[in-house]
Ligand binder design. Structure first.
Ligand code: ZN
Length: 162
C-alpha cells in the first residue's frame, strides 16, 4: 500500500506557503524519492501565489512550463517529482472534480485545508487507475532530523548507517 512520508520541516514549509496564499489557493510540487511503495517527500517547490486572475480563485493552475521547470529542478537536486500540493481555502481537503480532470496518474495529490488563514488538515490522494476518482493514501509525518534525510533509509537513524 502506498504511503507518503514527510518531515515536520517540509510540512511547515508547505503550510507557510498555503497560508500566505490564503484566501486564494496555494500550490506547488513535491520532490523526493520513491522507495518501493513509499513516497518520501524531501523538498517542495512552491509556485508563485500571484497567478492569472481566472486561475487564482477556487482552483489551482499548473502550467506545462511549471512541469518542465519542476522536472529540471528535481533532476538538479537528484530527486523525483512525486506530485503536487495545493490548498482548499475554507473547504474540505477532498479532491474536486477539477482536480480529478487535471490529475496525472502516479502523482500524489497533497491537499491542505486552510481555515481562516491557518493550515488545519492534510490529506493525500492518488488517482484511481480508471480515473473515476481518487484513493486516499496514508500520510506519515516524521520529526525533522539534524542530518539530511537523504540517503538515510527510513526506520534507521543516520548514525546507525555510518
Ligand atoms: Zn483542489
Amino acid at each position: 500500500m502506498t504511503t507518503v512520508v514527510l518531515t515536520t520541516e517540509v510540512l511547515e514549509q508547505l503550510s507557510a506557503h498555503v497560508e500566505a496564499a490564503y484566501p486564494e489557493e496555494g500550490a506547488g510540487f513535491l520532490f523526493g524519492d520513491l522507495d518501493g511503495e513509499q513516497r518520501i517527500v524531501r523538498a517542495i517547490l512552491s509556485l508563485p501565489n500571484a497567478r492569472e486572475a481566472e486561475a487564482r480563485h477556487n482552483r489551482f493552475l499548473i502550467t506545462p512550463q511549471d512541469y518542465v521547470q519542476a522536472e529540471q529542478r528535481a533532476v538538479q537536486a537528484g530527486l523525483e517529482v512525486l506530485g503536487v500540493f495545493h490548498s482548499h481555502p475554507d473547504s474540505p481537503n477532498i479532491p474536486s472534480e477539477f482536480d480529478r480532470q487535471w490529475a496525472l496518474p502516479y502523482f500524489i495529490y497533497f491537499i491542505t485545508t486552510v481555515e481562516q488563514g491557518k493550515s488545519k488538515n492534510h490529506r493525500v490522494w492518488i488517482l484511481h487507475p480508471d480515473r473515476s476518482g481518487f484513493d486516499e493514501i496514508t500520510l506519515q509525518v516524521v520529526p525533522s532530523s539534524p542530518s539530511p534525510l537523504r540517503s538515510t533509509p527510513l526506520g534507521q537513524t543516520a548514525s546507525s548507517i555510518e
